[in-house]
Design a protein around this ligand. Structure first.
Ligand SMILES: NC(=O)c1ccc[n+]([C@@H]2O[C@H](COP(=O)([O-])OP(=O)(O)OC[C@H]3O[C@@H](n4cnc5c(N)ncnc54)[C@H](O)[C@@H]3O)[C@@H](O)[C@H]2O)c1
Length: 433
């Protein structure tokens, strides 16, 4: 394709903006800067802009050193001022897509960001949405808004959807080496979006439309949610049958084909797996269809924190203690190991249930210094022999690498292990999922 944007991509003169600098946007902005482009990072959060401008990363996957290197090379700068979009050739939108309390999609951040882009849309510009969204959003929400300027898609400006697949804390895969899906509104949109990401990302996979690209992301995350729901139910069934579910899974995983290892746990967490499938089921509800696998998996997964509370009950019962007045130490409140992200973490539900039963709750998480649950502000406690011995029950919710499991087993009075961290220790005081 012989398009001026193509030439700017090849010569690295394309001016790029990333709107929304969170777990997705900041790594993307740095990846483009490292590929030789000049990137403008835009966010509505002044604190994030100030920190990023000082070269202080607030995202664990990007070190401050990495950020400082691209700032010093003058490849990146940060602002809250959307007027910066006036000079921009390509913009990637990475704003949040949470659920409302009613579990309906909250696309207000996308609408607000799109309105900002619309106000500065100019001929030749490429706009790509990366936020996870229900199928049809790019065509039904972004396209009419941007075309209301009088500019025509595929001719005057270019629009595509490209889902982000980042896995925070993954040591092997980052923005650069995770294949990227792109689906443009027109073939020219797809081609330009493919060239844009291809300049910084190792492999770009084009699909025929934004709808397909939107659905790809939802398939990926629904696949995880449903399989985690299945293995959580298998864990409950194994518990009833007095079978060690972890032994079953490890043995099943020796099958070299037709089986994929998913692990049970205290419940889903993070911004994606508990949220994204509901975008799909909401959309299907508008078409009078019930997404049964999604609903069932959500029901099982969201019951897991209560299953853990029942295990804590078993542990306390062994000691003739009740929830009321007992001390429970929660180890790990992040939704997954070695990250400082507590969004949708099952630890929050577990702590909330314990507080409601008048239990004294203490927690440790070196990644999360403080936490508010049920209007109760809690602070992370350093793990010590004294702390472990003081608790009537220690609950391992997040398997952070820094936990010294043999020592915890020695010191604790009783343990509920939701992550199989105590494997190999058949101690009577350990209660597993
Ligand atoms: N975190 C993940 O692991 C992950 C993985 C894949 C996809 N996603 C998807 O990517 C999107 C972003 O997720 P995230 O985890 O980076 O969210 P985040 O909350 O970490 O970051 C979003 C950023 O957008 C900013 N923002 C909000 N409204 C804005 C606006 N109108 N203009 C400019 N900035 C605005 C916020 O201040 C915030 O800094 C979501 O749709 C999410 O589902 C997330």
């Amino acid at each position: 394709m012989d398009h001026p944007l193509q030439e700017k991509i090849t010569s690295r003169t394309l001016r790029i903006a990333v709107v929304g600098l969170g777990y997705v946007g900041l790594p993307l902005a740095v990846t483009f800067a490292e590929a030789g482009f000049h990137v403008t990072g835009i966010d509505v959060d002044q604190q994030k802009i100030d920190r990023a401008s000082r070269g202080e990363s607030y995202i664990p996957d990007i070190s401050s050193g990495t950020l400082q290197a691209v700032i010093e090379a003058k490849r990146i700068h940060f602002t809250t001022d959307f007027a910066a979009l006036d000079d921009i050739d390509a913009v990637s939108i990475c704003v949040p897509t949470p659920l409302r309390k009613t579990r309906d999609p909250d696309i207000s951040y996308i609408i607000s960001a799109t309105q900002q882009v619309r106000a500065r849309l100019h001929p030749g510009q490429l706009v790509v949405l990366e936020s996870t969204i229900y199928p049809g959003t790019t065509d039904e929400v972004l396209l009419p808004e941007l075309q209301s300027t009088g500019l025509k898609v595929g001719v005057d400006f270019f629009l595509a959807f490209s889902p982000e697949r980042i896995d925070p804390g993954n040591p092997n895969f980052d923005t650069r080496n995770t294949p990227k899906i792109v689906g443009g509104v027109t073939p020219a949109c797809t081609e330009l979006a493919q060239a844009y990401y291809g300049a910084a990302i190792e492999r770009v996979v084009p699909v025929s439309s934004p709808r397909v690209a939107e659905m790809v992301k939802l398939l990926e995350n629904t696949f995880r949610a449903v399989n985690i729901g299945l293995v959580n139910e298998i864990a409950i069934m194994c518990g009833k049958l007095s079978i060690d579910v972890w032994e079953v899974i490890n043995a099943a995983a020796t099958k070299p084909f037709g089986f994929m290892r998913f692990l049970p746990g205290p419940g889903l967490g993070g911004h994606c797996i508990p949220v994204d499938p509901h975008y799909l089921s909401w959309k299907l509800k508008t078409l009078d269809y019930t997404a049964r696998f999604i609903e069932l998996a959500a029901e099982i997964n969201s019951s897991m924190p209560y299953h853990v509370v029942n295990k804590i009950n078993d542990a306390l019962n062994e000691q003739r203690r009740s929830f009321n007045g007992a001390t429970v130490l929660v180890l790990g409140v992040a939704y997954k190991p070695n990250v400082g992200d507590v969004r949708e973490s099952p630890a929050l539900d577990i702590i909330q249930e314990l507080l409601a039963r008048k239990t004294v709750v203490l927690y440790n998480d070196e990644y999360i210094p403080s936490l508010t649950v049920r209007n109760c502000l809690l602070h992370s406690q350093p793990v010590s022999s004294g702390l472990l011995q003081a608790a009537d029950c220690v609950v391992i919710v997040t398997d952070h690498n820094y936990y010294d499991v043999p020592w915890i087993i020695r010191e604790a009075r009783s343990i509920v292990d939701t992550r199989n961290m105590t494997r190999g220790y058949n101690d009577e005081k350990v209660f597993r999922l």
